[in-house]
Design a protein around this ligand. Structure first.
Ligand SMILES: [Zn+2]
Length: 486
């Protein structure tokens, strides 16, 4: 009897989601359909519920017609970040299907420790995170998909007028204020070509840069995330834009990355033009961050339409691993940007877990042995990678914050209100030296994250555990005040 009840539950779960017969994986996103704003919101909610440690969502802004512009963070890594955006343009909503399918496939692969196109999904999503904005322009997408019925009546007259009198909105590209979101960014905005000069279903650049909330939301998130790379998906034509006055010192880097994208997608690389149009998201990112940004136009060319749904399988094959690729390359870029300050060098680290010894600061480099928990000295630091001396010579170790303790020199007096145990050695509970009565402690330094502090005693430096101790540095002396006092 019990077995039948259980079976019933399993079947009803599976009817809500689609099961891959071969792997037992469960898809939440169904990309082979006209994918609406509400479908997207439902899928994001489900993804966040199913993978709370891996997926988070955030409402960036509300549009004029009260729809949410949502960002989804995928990944646990705090180091490298990338941003991938879809549906700046209304009729290009297959880009939303594409990025939502990436989130779906990457989360499933993470769960089973899978590999996609050679990318170890867990490894990538632990080093960094991908911020997706699956639908930058939800008002425009819904107008394109559903026509006027999802819009209040008082808006109809303008929308029809901006659509040259037509109630067929299938060619619509703009947001629902008749402004083109990808001609709105403050990058060569004055040079935007073919501007209509008035509200329209396409091409109107607005009366000033970043005047629409969609663009402001994307810019705010980008500034907050500080990504290493941006990919802004559009349709159609199977071409790739990568250039907008890229500076001389980064052009080779960006072209090489563009060529990698071309190798994967088969898209046509667009060569730099002497006089490019501006105002696009990636134009702005390249200009302001000096980092690589790409605009792939997915799907074989269709004129003034959304892509037919049958185009998706080809689009997916060409782009399935691009999210992971961008994060992988973004991490390399992030590593290169990490500057080493003298204080970081010769830093003593206490490893609280075993670590692997690598030849290079990269998971793809060879590793030769494992180092047990112990104290090591950093010779060089790149992100969470540390170069250390070992019996094998110099080797790199990867040390996420929880695997190491960093000794900080402190010079503070802290009143002690309870008895504490005093130890001879840090992290060695078996080296008890007795207890200290309440008194003022002189703290010499410590491992703050772990709560171990070195104190001055008549027996020499000893150790105590003071979890949650906050040491507030003494306020700097204001010289002017001192003079007045004299
Ligand atoms: Zn577009």
């Amino acid at each position: 009897m019990k077995r039948f009840v259980l079976l019933g539950i399993v079947i009803s779960l599976f009817s809500a989601s689609y099961a891959h017969a071969d792997t037992g994986k469960i898809s939440l996103v169904h990309p082979n359909q006209i994918y609406s704003y509400t479908e997207m919101l439902d899928d994001i909610t489900e993804l966040v519920e199913k993978y709370p440690d891996l997926v988070q969502s955030k409402v960036l802004a509300k549009t004029k017609f009260d729809r949410d512009i949502v960002a989804v963070r995928l990944g646990k890594g705090e180091d490298a970040k990338v941003v991938i955006a879809g549906s700046h343009h209304a009729r290009e909503h297959m880009t939303t299907n594409l990025v939502m399918e990436m989130i779906d496939e990457y989360t499933q692969a993470f769960a089973v420790n899978g590999v996609i196109d050679g990318f170890d999904v867990r490894q990538e999503l632990t080093k960094g995170s991908i911020w997706f904005i699956p639908m930058v322009n939800p008002d425009g997408v819904m107008l394109q998909q559903e026509g006027l019925k999802d819009f209040p009546e008082e808006a109809h007259t303008d929308l029809v007028k901006w659509n040259n009198g037509s109630t067929d909105f299938t060619r619509w590209k703009a947001n629902a204020e008749g402004i083109d979101p990808n001609r709105q960014y403050p990058a060569a905005w004055d040079d935007v070509k073919d501007n209509t000069g008035k509200h329209s279903w396409a091409m109107f650049k607005g009366s000033k840069p970043q005047e629409i909330i969609e663009v402001q939301a994307v810019m705010d998130l980008t500034n907050e995330v500080n990504p290493e790379m941006v990919i802004s998906y559009h349709s159609s034509g199977e071409v790739l834009y990568w250039w907008h006055h890229n500076k001389a010192d980064v052009i080779a880097r960006d072209r090489e990355l563009a060529n990698e994208l071309v190798a994967k997608t088969g898209y046509l690389l667009m060569e730099p033009k002497r006089d490019p149009s501006g105002g696009g998201y990636t134009d702005w990112f390249i200009k302001n961050f000096g980092r690589p940004a790409f605009t792939p136009e997915i799907g074989e060319f269709v004129r003034d339409q959304n892509l037919p749904i049958g185009a998706f399988s080809r689009v997916w094959k060409q782009n399935n691993s691009i999210g992971l690729w961008s994060l992988n390359r973004g991490y390399d870029l992030w590593l290169k940007r990490q500057t080493i300050t003298p204080e970081m060098l010769e830093q003593k680290l206490i490893l609280t877990e075993s670590v692997k010894l690598y030849m290079e600061p990269s998971f793809t480099s060879k590793y030769s042995a494992t180092l047990l928990p112990q104290t090591v000295t950093t010779l060089e630091k790149r992100g969470n990678w540390h170069l250390i001396h070992t019996w094998l010579g110099q080797r790199w170790i990867f040390t996420p914050p929880h695997t190491l303790a960093i000794f900080e020199k402190l010079d503070a007096r802290v009143p002690l209100s309870e008895l504490v145990v005093m130890y001879d050695k840090s992290f060695r509970m078996e080296t008890r030296m007795g207890t200290l009565a309440p008194q003022e402690l002189i703290i010499l330094g410590g491992y703050r994250a772990q709560g171990w502090y070195q104190i001055h005693t008549w027996l020499g430096p000893k150790w105590v555990i003071l979890p949650g101790l906050e040491i507030i540095p003494e306020a700097p002396v204001d010289e002017a005040v001192v003079e007045l006092g004299l």
